[in-house]
Design a protein around this ligand. Structure first.
Ligand code: SAM
Ligand code: FES
Length: 350
């Protein structure tokens, strides 16, 4: 590690921000083991100050893979005629939550494609039903772009948090990844609306999406500082064979881990998941993510019968296991590196 890079990491550790040139220098060194190791070491200091050795779990319910959007990277995009479509009923969603509650989950994440079947009325009914049955649990939504009014209604129905990755903070790169009817402006509008309404908000980017440069990632880091989200979900891009990006290379493990560490240093209290995509590109990707500063894991509570159909990318892990198996498996993984899973709601820290 060069003296300059050590200094930059120390500066980031103490001041939580760097001049742009500093990020450029550090990102250029992400493959250097000593630099990456030191970044993770500092990130773990911050992680432990805020969260000790506790890892929050969120139960992910992938309740529909119908989607009106056509994001070029995504396996459930509307043009993918090979995707086998499904949507869960209200009763099935409640069953997933019942099972999750038994297993100790106190946050349910409802994630899906942008499916017109799920109107505000239907979603209010589902969110309201979950909150009435489990008032001690947080409900997180991840339903893509909606109107401000819709976000307000769902918030009033009881939703606590909303995850909407910004995907990339660079407008031109955004346009390369999305069809013309989607816009970078609207994505940002959604994120700012969600924050104003009072949700705990998660954004995040894919690492290594086709055409992404280090400059784009620097813009992402700058955007994170600007939005100051409660949660940041980042994971590597992974190709899905039936999409236009099916033959593109996957995102880098080392770069994703390095970015996790930088984000922990920039936003010490942020909720930072070690994502399924990270676990997909490396057998121990989620453990490595935790050791780079992540403090959240999101095992799947969807019924096993639909898991393979929520195929955002190829070779996704955990598509054959029951919820209890995933919970047990993650518990062991987390314990093997000296951390422990906790069943708290795991709200964002102020
Ligand atoms: N429709 C909602 C939305 O747009 O936020 C939630 C579902 S969307 C499939 C969830 C996330 O999956 C996206 O934000 C994107 O970052 C990620 N994703 C989609 N395709 C991916 C791929 N090929 N590789 C890695 N992540 C992917
Ligand atoms: Fe699902 Fe390991 S977390 S099998």
């Amino acid at each position: 590690m060069t003296v300059e890079n050590k200094k930059l990491l120390d500066e980031l550790f103490y001041s939580e921000v760097l001049p742009e040139e500093g990020y450029r220098e550090l990102l250029a060194a992400h493959e250097d083991e000593e630099t990456a190791g030191y970044a993770c070491e500092l990130a773990r200091i911050r992680q432990k100050e805020s969260f000790s050795n506790e890892i929050y779990i969120r139960g992910l319910i992938e309740f529909t893979n119908y989607c009106k959007n056509d994001c070029l990277y995504c396996g459930i995009r509307r043009s993918n005629g090979s995707a086998m479509r499904y949507r869960l009923t209200r009763a099935e969603i409640m069953e997933c939550a019942d099972q999750g509650y038994e297993l100790g989950f106190r946050t349910f994440v409802l994630q899906g494609g942008e499916d017109a079947y799920f109107t505000d009325e239907r979603l209010e009914d589902i969110v309201g039903g979950l909150k009435a049955k489990y008032p001690d649990c947080a409900v997180t939504l991840s339903l893509g772009e909606r109107s401000r009014e819709s976000y307000e209604r769902l918030y009033l129905a009881g939703a606590d948090r909303y995850l909407l990755r910004h995907e990339t903070a660079d407008r031109i790169h955004y346009e390369r990844l999305h069809p013309p009817e989607m816009s970078w402006e609207n994505r940002r509008r959604c994120l700012y609306d969600l924050k104003e309404i009072g949700y705990q908000v998660g954004c995040g980017m894919m690492v290594g999406s086709p055409g992404q440069t280090m400059e784009h990632l620097i813009e992402d880091l700058r955007f994170l500082k600007e939005l100051r989200p409660h949660m940041v979900g980042i994971g590597p891009f992974i190709p899905q064979k039936d999409t236009p990006f099916g033959d593109q290379p996957q995102g880098s493990l080392k770069l994703t881990l390095f970015l996790l560490a930088l984000i922990r240093l920039m936003l010490p209290k942020v909720l930072l998941p070690a994502t399924t995509a990270l676990g997909t590109i490396h057998r121990e990707g989620r453990e490595m993510g935790i050791l780079a500063g992540a403090n959240v894991v999101m095992p799947n509570l969807s019924p096993v019968s639909v898991r393979k159909k929520y195929a955002l990318y190829d070779h996704k892990i955990c598509t054959g296991e029951e919820a209890a198996e995933c919970r047990g498996c993650l518990e062991q993984r987390v314990e093997s590196i000296g951390y422990k899973i906790v069943t708290a709601r795991g709200n964002a820290l102020e």
